[in-house]
Ligand binder design. Structure first.
Ligand SMILES: NC(=O)c1ccc[n+]([C@@H]2O[C@H](COP(=O)([O-])OP(=O)(O)OC[C@H]3O[C@@H](n4cnc5c(N)ncnc54)[C@H](O)[C@@H]3O)[C@@H](O)[C@H]2O)c1
Length: 378
């Protein structure tokens, strides 16, 4: 079996997928569904990994990615699933198509890495959670940031008790997407918006690092872009353990404080090594993320005393590469998904609660969103 090849100048062949086996030590044969910005990103990560090979692409609107990699193109992803010859799929089509596409992959018995958000509504996500629970085919949620080394180091720092009892977390994601980003109209209508597209990443990490969120207050605004969905939001969350969190997010401002600009996770974004996006504080200390600067008092804690600062090691690597390595393990049956559809549904429930809170002006309990499904996603 040859290593994954990158064929920038080969035309896409006829729509049949090579029937090589993807088992054993052979590269895992991956198909991509949705060949836009994220599909292209996944193709690049697959091409850099010696254990994976892009073998097919499905997209109703463009053949460019298939042509770039010299692999078969399918207008309809269901034809790709029927053609066989793939071991796993990466689903990177628009948010509203995630659940039906994932259900079709499950029916075909094919594991999938499903981009976030899992769905555009919690009830739709719950259908997928039930389907995954009823079978044996795994789905890994594409909350890729969970695989970032600084996130792992932060989780360890908190779990060790270095910060004491968690009390407060604050976060920012403030940046300017170019106006052309919104030429894709799905990004401007319900089912998108900065909360479903971007905040879901951050609040998923808040849950991962600090525990379950039980209630949400929020304001949102579309004052700058004037789309049917928000470009800016401010959110307050309450965790099950009593800690409180706040987050401010906007895709319409010129500012440097957000995951993409401060983590060096994706070379597509300029990196500012001196800034942070989260601050986590507890009864014994605090952590600046992703700088991993940890603050504590040497003696009794007192705001008049100087704080000591040390740096937690955070390790190397980017989250997309690590996510793909984990996905390989999941597909080969060597690991269960570190980010499950249950997690995806629970993080979506927080966003849905924030949308409802912004609409109604009141505090929304997560239990109002997950209702009777609480047991299945707890
Ligand atoms: N993990 C991340 O950091 C991250 C970053 C960006 C986007 N995303 C997610 O990835 C998904 C795609 O986002 P994007 O920015 O690449 O969007 P995009 O608009 O650039 O690309 C989406 C592509 O899907 C295609 N498509 C539409 N319906 C399809 C279908 N039924 N089957 C196959 N393809 C179909 C479109 O033609 C388009 O080429 C979204 O769910 C988004 O939230 C995740």
């Amino acid at each position: 079996m040859s290593s994954p090849q990158y064929h920038p100048d080969r035309a896409a062949p006829a729509s049949t997928v090579p029937a090589e086996s993807g088992v054993g030590d052979a590269p895992l044969r991956i198909g991509i569904i949705g060949a836009g910005a994220m599909g292209r990103k996944h193709a690049d990560i697959i091409g850099r990994n010696g254990l994976t090979k892009l073998v097919a692409v499905a997209d109703p609107a463009t053949t460019a990615l298939a042509e770039q990699y010299g692999v078969p193109h399918f207008k309809d992803y269901r034809t790709l699933l029927d053609a066989g010859g793939v071991d796993a799929l990466i689903i990177a089509n628009p948010n509203g198509s995630h659940v039906p596409t994932a259900l079709d992959c499950l029916s075909a018995g094919l594991p999938a890495l499903l981009e976030k958000p899992i769905a555009t509504s919690y009830s739709e996500a719950a259908n997928l959670v039930r389907a995954v629970g009823a079978g044996e085919t795994p789905i890994l949620m594409g909350h890729h940031r969970r695989h970032h080394p600084a996130v792992k180091a932060t989780k360890d720092t908190i779990s060790r008790g270095d910060l004491g009892r968690l009390v407060a977390i604050s976060g920012t994601w403030l940046t300017k997407k170019p106006d052309t980003y919104f030429d894709q109209t799905w990004r401007t209508v319900p089912g998108a918006g900065v909360m479903l597209i971007n905040l879901v990443h951050d609040l998923d990490l808040f849950r991962h690092l600090c525990g379950e969120i039980v209630s949400v207050q929020a304001k949102s605004s579309n004052a700058i872009r004037k789309f049917a969905v928000e470009d800016t939001a401010s959110v307050i969350v309450e965790f099950e353990n009593g800690a409180l969190g706040s987050f401010i997010i906007s895709d319409a401002v010129v500012a440097p404080w957000g995951w993409d600009q401060v983590t060096e996770d994706d070379p597509a974004f300029p990196f500012n090594p001196s800034l942070s996006c989260y601050r986590i504080a507890g009864t014994r200390g605090a952590l600046d993320f992703p700088q991993m600067a940890k603050f504590h008092h040497e003696g009794p804690s007192n705001w008049h005393h100087p704080l000591s600062m040390s740096f937690e090691p955070k390790g190397l690597g980017d989250s997309y590469t690590r996510q793909l390595s984990h996905f390989i393990d999941v597909v080969r049956g060597d690991a269960i998904p570190e980010v499950s559809v249950v997690d995806g549904a629970r993080s979506l429930a927080v966003i849905e609660a924030a949308q409802k809170a912004a609409r109604t002006g009141r505090t929304v309990q997560i239990s109002e969103i997950i209702g009777h499904d609480a047991a299945s996603v707890s």
